[in-house]
Design a protein around this ligand. Structure first.
Ligand SMILES: C[S@@+](CC[C@H](N)C(=O)[O-])C[C@H]1O[C@@H](n2cnc3c(N)ncnc32)[C@H](O)[C@@H]1O
Length: 585
């Protein structure tokens, strides 16, 4: 703020609707009595700050430097959370300043992060990725072929997992590799790397989040495998970008450096019918019935009614568990704690109890819960509604209705915030007359080495990876004729369960006479949660092509020839093996 405006010493004041996430020692007691807390923007000492006051008293110990802060919207209606980019400075009573939450902690729900790192802390899941020969082999080839980029260089392996990419980088002659891994897998990585003494002396495993750890030196090159389903699921790309900003020297290399999301409309009657049936089944139990009992404290019993197949039980309980630890963010005006989850499962009914101490919140809003929305209405206090999930499987590329278009994400250039909301306008020309049932998506990434450029692709028709492909099924099909234009939008909004809410709409534009008016004939839209896609692996694989029918370039891609003289090192790689079950990525 400049002097001439006269604003330099002014303060802007507003009363907080709710305080629930401030947790310094001095504020913790006020978390539920929000009405008397006032937030005040000030620019006293030239530093714009947000301060909190209760009963005219400045609450010492929690003030936010606006210059280094970010605003996060927690839900469509509810409050904004203000945080500092590099962790809030909490002034402790003894005068020390403690770094508190990191960027990761501010945007990711703790229960989601806990489950996420627990998943990656298990060897089974690392093994599943290691055994994806297309994935691991392409990384290996890309690193070994581009020795020139690694030799004598400092490398950071972002999210090192088992440490496999660190070993590749060290093999390619890296001066030193910092393997940063937040999960318990870091301990295994240490052991695995120690088992390769020739390389181990040039690798340091650091247990922690890339958003939080400090490194002794800057990196010349970053290597990482941050890709989730549809490239962006898990929101690990943001950690890759943060690592770039924290550790990489200017003009340093990123392996991979570019990601592309490819999209095309598809037609698949079998899938459409299957999903339509599944929806009926899910809705039948996701309409919840709520009884409010009034002992002290007040408890609500939520009963799922209707058909609950065994296969869904795990899913439902899992959701309940997510709810157990997350509602504080939504119910910012009140304490909201669940007493315990599952009480009873009798064939087709699941009950669980939750305690809601009065006063009841006026409104609950938000869609941060994975695959669910929690809505508030007075007559039935809580309604839990399912958001459809996209489908993951390998499909025949002949199901595509038009050539794909792609959305490019340049890892060298993109800002972390650019990934909070991804908005892709869609425009296709139908190659055939058919019914369009949804949008098919896949991705690829580029290793832009100085010697060899290599793409890792998850395209339909290419050798299958553990990512397969993803399909968003519309609630209504759209009829198109060959040559007709299909327009639409894929709008993805990141949520704090490390994934995205997807808003998809597809429309068929008028074709033939009258087309110049640009009229829309039919449109179909839907909302999906990318967090836990439906793995359709129990179904017979829709796409199985005999070896002799495969295009030559695909067979070549599967073999992943490595252009290097160090073929003895290539022998370290295992042979391809089967992919197993559902996974995060
Ligand atoms: C997809 S796995 C890849 C593992 C290994 N690099 C590989 O290619 O086999 C991603 C890994 O990154 C770790 N990870 C995710 N986010 C992280 C973060 N913010 N800081 C540190 N590690 C992270 C996960 O725990 C997981 O082990």
């Amino acid at each position: 703020m400049d002097d001439s405006s006269g604003l330099k010493h002014k303060e802007l004041e507003f009363t907080l609707a709710a305080v629930s996430q401030l947790s310094s020692s001095s504020l913790s007691s006020s978390s539920s009595s929000s009405s008397s807390v006032i937030a005040r923007f000030s620019a006293d000492s030239g530093v714009a700050e947000l301060r909190f006051h209760r009963d005219s008293e400045f609450i010492d110990g929690f003030n936010v430097d606006i210059g280094t802060s970010q605003l996060f919207k927690l839900g469509p209606v509810q409050s904004l959370c203000v945080s500092e980019s590099f962790g809030a400075r909490i002034h402790l009573p003894n005068g020390a300043i403690a770094a508190s939450k990191s960027k990761f902690d501010y945007k990711i729900e703790p229960s989601s992060a806990k489950m996420y790192f627990h998943y990656y802390g298990q060897l089974l899941h690392q093994q599943n990725m290691l055994q994806d020969y297309v994935r691991t082999g392409t990384y290996y080839a890309a690193v070994i072929e581009n020795r020139v980029d690694f030799t004598g260089r400092v490398v950071v392996d972002v999210g090192a997992g088992s440490g496999i990419l660190s070993l590749f980088a060290a093999q390619a002659g890296a001066k030193h590799v910092y393997a940063v891994e937040a999960s318990e897998m870091a301990e295994y990585a240490r052991k695995l790397i120690a088992g390769n003494p020739a390389l181990a002396q040039r690798i340091t495993v650091i247990k922690g989040k890339v958003e939080e750890v400090e490194l002794a030196e800057k990196a010349d090159i970053l290597i990482s495998e941050p890709m989730g389903t549809l490239l962006v699921n898990e929101r690990m790309l943001e950690s890759y970008i943060i690592a770039r900003d924290r550790f990489l020297v200017p003009n340093g290399k990123m392996f991979p450096s570019i990601g592309r999301i490819h999209m095309a409309p598809f037609s698949d009657e079998y899938l459409f019918v299957e999903i339509a049936n599944k929806k009926l089944q899910e809705y039948s139990f996701l309409f919840t019935h709520v009884n409010v009992l009034r002992p002290s404290p007040v408890s609500c019993f939520i009963k799922f009614q209707g058909l609950l197949p065994e296969t869904h039980l795990k899913h439902v309980i899992y959701k309940c568990k997510i709810m157990l630890s997350t509602p504080m963010l939504v119910l910012s005006a009140t304490e909201f704690s669940f007493h315990h989850a599952l009480i009873n499962y009798t064939g087709c009914t699941v009950d669980f109890a939750l305690y809601v101490p009065p006063p009841y919140p006026e409104e609950i809003a938000g869609s941060f819960l994975a695959a669910t929305e929690l809505l508030w209405c007075r007559s039935h206090p809580i309604v839990w509604v399912c958001i459809p999930r996209p489908v993951v499987d390998a499909f025949d590329p002949r199901l595509l209705v038009s050539p794909p278009l792609c959305h490019v994400i340049d890892f060298n250039e993109i800002k972390e915030e650019d990934l909070f909301e991804i908005d892709i306008p869609l425009k296709f020309i139908a190659s055939v007359g058919t019914r369009v049932h949804g949008l098919a998506c896949w991705f690829d990434v580029l290793f832009n080495g100085s010697a060899v450029q290599r793409w890792l692709t998850t395209a339909p028709g290419a050798p299958t990876t553990h990512w397969y492909q993803i399909r968003c099924v519309l609630s209504q099909p759209i009829y198109v004729l060959a040559g007709q234009e299909i327009t639409g939008r894929l709008h993805m909004i990141a949520h704090n369960a490390q994934s995205y809410t997807m808003y998809l709409s597809l429309s068929a534009k008028m074709w033939g006479p009258g087309a110049v008016q640009g009229g829309i004939l039919q449109t179909s839209s839907g909302k999906l949660d990318l967090k836990e896609p439906y793995y359709r692996m129990s179904q017979p694989q829709s796409y199985t092509m005999a070896q002799d029918q495969q295009p030559q370039q695909l067979l070549q891609a599967q073999a992943i020839p490595i252009h290097t003289e160090d073929l003895d090192e290539a022998e370290l790689l295992q042979q391809p093996s089967e992919n197993t079950g559902p996974q995060l990525q």
